[in-house]
Design a protein around this ligand. Structure first.
Ligand SMILES: [Fe+2]
Ligand SMILES: [Fe+2]
Length: 298
């Protein structure tokens, strides 16, 4: 079932981007990302500051990030190629460039965390991931259906909220690189949601009966997401993930359930003097913690 926008003047890119503005915006964004990334300590970039348990559990999350972005680069390219009018094609092409960068960030996470590539796809295809939804979107060729399902429903419903939680959760477990990536990613995703919302509004104003089709697309999409939350299949994984903050081996052997003081105080990324001081303090505590003969803090 396809729907069309008859009055094209109803759709305007809410970000009013031109090629020049987009390039300038992305140059600024890139600078900000690289500055934040430059403040991440080398051990954190090498994933030496997270627990082994975190890494085991986080593979699924890394796969969810990486393959969602990989899917996005493909489906938004299809949406751009088949776009029924230029203003919409332009928004899709800008998004394609965004998703390509997100994909590169997620690939680097896998590589720096030392996770063999043969383990990536099985993690994505395991039950309870967003794989089923994205594979469905990849089969579509209608631009409006792709944008409603992927941008309006999936990114709109699941995107920004989830990324904030993922960033905070990763940071609390010592994965500062993932946290910086999630915060950079969400700044683009909100733009993808906004133009899809503008499109949905234009479609409904153009012909109120389009709402029925949009509702059906939303129901189909959410149905494919149900598996992600269904019947506690992921509960054990999730609880292990939540509990994956580092614990000192000495405390562990003594039966003390207490977090390693270093990870508990891991500072946020930033270049302000306060943040720099916090990072130095953290590094000191991490060293002293490891000196107590607890190399398996990580
Ligand atoms: Fe993305
Ligand atoms: Fe996106």
């Amino acid at each position: 079932m396809q729907i069309t926008l008859n009055d094209l003047s109803r759709f305007k890119d809410p970000a009013s981007l031109t090629w020049e503005r987009y390039v300038a915006l992305q140059a600024r964004e890139r600078e900000r990302y690289l500055a934040e990334r430059a403040t991440i300590p080398a051990e954190a970039m090498a994933y030496q500051t997270v627990s082994r348990r975190y890494l085991e559990r986080a593979v699924d999350q890394f796969a969810n990030n990486y393959y969602s972005e990989l899917s996005a680069t493909h489906y938004i390219a299809t949406a751009a190629a088949n776009a029924p009018f230029d203003e919409l094609k332009k928004c899709c092409l800008f998004q394609l460039a965004d998703e390509q960068r997100h994909l590169e960030m997620d690939r680097e996470v896998f590589e720096r965390a030392g996770i063999p590539e043969r383990n990536w796809l099985p993690a994505w295809e395991a039950p309870g991931t967003t794989c089923r939804f994205f594979r469905h979107v990849l089969e579509l060729d209608d631009t409006i259906e792709i944008l409603v399902k992927a941008n309006f429903v999936a990114e709109g419903a699941a995107g920004p909220g989830t990324f904030a939680v993922l960033a905070d959760g990763a940071e609390a477990r010592g994965d500062v690189f993932s946290a910086v990536n999630h915060r950079a990613r969400v700044r683009d995703e909100t733009r993808h949601i906004s133009f899809a919302r503008a499109l949905v509004r234009a479609l409904i104003e153009d012909d109120p009966s389009n709402l029925d089709v949009i509702q059906r697309w939303q129901d189909e999409s959410l149905q494919l997401f149900v598996e992600v939350a269904r019947s506690g299949e992921r509960r054990e994984w999730w609880e292990g993930f939540l509990a994956s903050t580092a614990t000192c081996a000495r405390d562990k052997s003594a039966g003390i359930r207490r977090e390693c003081p270093a990870p508990a105080e891991r500072p946020r990324v930033g270049t302000s003097p306060g943040r720099r001081r916090a990072r130095r303090r953290y590094a000191r505590r991490a060293r002293s913690c490891h000196r107590r003969g607890t190399p398996s803090c990580r």
